[in-house]
Design a protein around this ligand. Structure first.
Ligand SMILES: Nc1nc2c(c(=O)[nH]1)N[C@H]1C(S)=C(S)[C@@H](COP(=O)(O)OP(=O)(O)OC[C@H]3O[C@@H](n4cnc5c(=O)[nH]c(N)nc54)[C@H](O)[C@@H]3O)O[C@H]1N2
Ligand SMILES: Nc1nc2c(c(=O)[nH]1)N[C@H]1C(S)=C(S)[C@@H](COP(=O)(O)OP(=O)(O)OC[C@H]3O[C@@H](n4cnc5c(=O)[nH]c(N)nc54)[C@H](O)[C@@H]3O)O[C@H]1N2
Ligand code: SF4
Ligand SMILES: [Mo]
Length: 669
């Protein structure tokens, strides 16, 4: 038996972007472990990564193209599937124009060549595309306004911090290598504060846990800034020399009292003062999560925390930073070479959030055909009932996936695709560190499975633009890396080592205080926003669904529903292979349990005007008193997605989501 051990990389949409060592036994993946040589992973990976072995080998994996006939799926040949799909594309383009085709996707695979989907649709003439991001849109735009870009400090730099503030990031669950770094920093003497409505696993190692009312973090930042000014702890030199608009912040802060701040946030004044001393005694490294900006006021929340970090002198210094995304990595590639956006002659876009609304209301042209890739909108996009209704209204749906997901179930054609071990690519994440990883082809794909790339190129041949796909994967990877070549990076180096830190990536961003904003300074009041016709100032904005903004709704549905990321699954991708996950768990605060007479393991129903969901009650020992959580990603077969309850409303900036801006009620069944 031939046993081999090879390096590879995790393709999952995750902060960590780990390096793997993969054991291959007789042409099959048999084990996935962490690559000890990888500077971030250092030999450790999570269960989601290890279970990619199961996701590759599972007997339920799709291995043949399927076509739905009279409500039942039947295997068909690739020849038939691709001929029929290309034929349909041609005819809808002739009759309605190319934008009658919608490409619905998310970012389930962090490989560079996933961008070839855009090349295909651009060469076809341009389809209806999705803009914005359910994941992190509001916060990215917020940082674009404040700094001119969204950059994080290198993982190692946390060891230079005096204090660390984990603000709405579930580090122990979603960002395991930061969790390890936090433990190391704590041993070195740094303090850790966790600000979160839920006492999550990271709070267990923190020196200070601050429970906050969901959606009210900007007010906490305002309270801390007020105290910093009162205590004269602000960085006057940074404010005077490297920023604009601080007068607007002072005006805003004087328009709200500390009593109001305490009432909104439900954080005690003493704790606000303590946090002012933390920020005044830097360097302080602030790690913001993405959950916290999935509210109507999410962009303003991230901007207000950025402002706190900036005015306290924690921008551009080792051990500091307003760490949210790290676009330095993604921006290093030459993605335009892969996507050929100037090939498209027609354009239309829907926001990712409101794709269902778009499908239901589009007229000139209507949506006649949908392609779904790297996404599972029937579980992951808000307002599932509306998404289902919209998808059911479209004549032809093509889903490219590895499994019969809730979205694949509503398709007309399901095309089986490869896992990352069956094709060559380079992988990266624009969320945490600055490394790019190499993933070679390690095994043959099972059955008749074809990669997304092969599917695009075979459809392109049928549609008359096959030339644009007449390159090998390696040639395409090199095309995407051309922007790096002058920088002493070659594909062969990445290949040889298995990973590489991209030379452009700065460990301490903004150290020169040269910001990428219109003024070149840090902008407390954003000129970019003003140019767009918006008020670029920070505001006292509130979540959309709350007692303060909609009293009748707040009375009917008194609890905020969070739907945070599951520990053991990456979104919906692991539920079907982990029996222990195959039931919705409704986590409620102890106060809600008392109020509603709920006990551990009772069956309960949560509901609002959009939908309802049943599950088993779990009681959160420490959390904000009005909070319920159901982890996102669950399949219909196992109780259904929490998104039956969430709203498709878009956030205040950046076309982000408002998934956690969601009121519900609960009753025992
Ligand atoms: N295990 C696991 N890890 C993952 C993923 C996964 O599916 N599973 N997904 C990956 C992806 S795509 C992403 S985007 C990241 C997301 O990573 P995170 O941002 O860490 O995860 P979220 O689950 O979005 O929420 C993070 C935290 O925000 C808190 N929170 C919610 N509302 C508020 C609020 O109003 N204020 C404050 N202060 N906190 C709030 C929640 O209680 C939760 O602890 O995780 C990545 N890593
Ligand atoms: N209620 C609620 N909803 C949420 C969130 C939340 O916190 N709460 N989080 C949001 C966030 S942050 C995100 S990032 C999104 C994630 O949303 P999605 O990306 O839609 O979620 P996944 O479950 O990862 O689904 C990805 C699908 O792509 C398939 N896939 C994997 N690799 C490939 C490939 O190479 N090619 C193709 N064609 N398919 C592939 C997988 O099998 C899977 O079915 O969900 C969002 N939805
Ligand atoms: S899911 Fe994230 S933490 Fe887990 S192995 Fe993949 S990159 Fe690493
Ligand atoms: Mo995400």
């Amino acid at each position: 038996m031939a046993l081999e051990i090879k390096k590879s990389a995790c393709p999952l949409n995750c902060w960590d972007s780990c390096g793997f060592t993969v054991t291959i036994n007789d042409g099959k993946i048999s084990k996935i472990e962490g690559d000890k040589d990888h500077p971030i992973t250092k030999g450790k990976i999570c269960g989601r990564g290890r279970l990619l072995e199961e996701r590759t080998n599972n007997a339920n994996r799709l291995t043949q193209p399927l076509k739905k006939i009279d409500g039942q799926f039947h295997p068909i040949s690739w020849q038939q599937a691709l001929d029929e799909i290309a034929g349909k594309m041609k005819s809808v383009k002739e009759e309605f124009g190319s934008t009658s085709v919608l490409h619905s996707h998310d970012y389930a695979n962090g490989g560079l060549l996933i961008n070839l989907d855009s090349r295909f649709f651009n060469c076809f003439g341009g389809v209806t595309e999705l803009t914005g991001s359910i994941c992190w849109g509001a916060g990215i735009e917020a940082q674009m306004w404040d700094f001119g870009d969204s950059y994080s400090h290198s993982p190692e730099d946390v060891l230079n911090s005096n204090h660390i503030v984990i603000w709405g990031r579930n580090v122990a669950r979603t960002n395991m290598h930061l969790y390890e770094k936090l433990q190391e920093a704590k041993r070195n003497g740094a303090t850790i504060s966790v600000i979160d409505p839920i006492h999550n696993a990271t709070a267990k190692i923190a020196n200070r846990y601050v429970s906050i009312k969901p959606g009210m973090d900007a007010f906490l930042a305002f309270g801390i800034m007020k105290e910093i000014l009162r205590l004269k702890l602000e960085d006057i030199s940074f404010i005077q020399n490297h920023s604009i608009g601080f007068d607007d912040v002072i005006e805003l802060l004087s328009s709200i009292s500390m009593e109001q701040i305490v009432a909104y946030t439900e954080v005690e004044e003493e704790i606000i003062t303590e946090l002012a001393h933390v920020y005044g005694n830097g360097p302080v490294m602030t790690y913001m999560g993405l959950g916290m900006q999935r509210y109507k006021n999410g962009g303003n929340t991230i901007r207000s925390i950025d402002a706190l970090v900036a005015m306290s002198g924690n921008v551009g210094i080792p051990g500091g930073g307003a760490n949210y995304g790290n676009l330095q990595v993604g921006q290093s590639f030459n993605v335009g070479n892969l996507t050929l956006s100037d090939k498209k002659t027609a354009t239309r876009s829907f926001t990712m959030m409101k794709q269902a609304e778009g499908i239901l209301t589009a007229e000139e042209p209507p949506i006649k055909m949908i392609f779904v890739t790297c996404g599972n909108p029937l579980t992951q996009v808000p307002d599932t009932n509306k998404v289902k209704q919209a998808f059911e209204r479209v004549d032809t749906i093509v889903v490219i996936d590895q499994y019969m997901t809730d979205t694949a179930v509503v398709a007309d054609y399901v095309l089986p695709t490869t896992t990352s071990f069956e094709v060559e690519d380079v992988y990266y994440s624009s969320m945490y560190h600055g490394y790019v990883n190499y993933g070679p082809k390690l095994v043959e794909a099972p059955g008749e499975v074809k990669s997304d790339f092969e599917i695009w190129s075979e459809l392109a041949n049928r549609l008359g633009f096959g030339d644009e796909f007449s390159y090998t994967r390696e040639q395409f990877i090199k095309m995407g890396l051309t922007s790096l070549i002058g920088n002493n990076v070659t594909f062969d180096q990445i290949k040889q080592k298995g990973h590489m830190k991209l030379p452009e990536v700065k460990d301490v961003p903004w150290a020169s205080y040269q910001f990428k904003t219109p003024s070149g300074k840090y902008e407390f009041t954003s000129q970019k926003a003003e140019k767009k016709g918006q008020n670029g100032k920070l505001t006292l904005s509130l979540p959309r669904e709350s007692m303060h903004t909609n009293r009748p709704l707040g009375e009917e549905y008194p609890y905020t529903l969070l739907s945070i990321h599951p520990l053991r699954s990456n979104h919906s991708q692991h539920y079907h292979i982990i029996p222990g996950l195959q039931q919705n768990k409704i986590e409620v605060s102890t106060d809600i349990a008392l109020e509603k007479g709920l006990q551990e393991n009772d069956t309960a129903k949560i509901f609002n005007d959009r939908g309802e969901l049943t599950g088993v009650v779990k009681i959160l020992k420490t959390s904000h008193s009005k909070v319920i959580n159901v982890d996102e990603g669950n399949w219909k077969a196992f109780g259904g997605s929490v998104n039956v309850l969430t709203s498709d409303e878009v956030s205040d900036n950046g076309l982000g989501s408002t998934l956690y801006d969601c009121l519900v009620n609960i009753e025992k069944c």
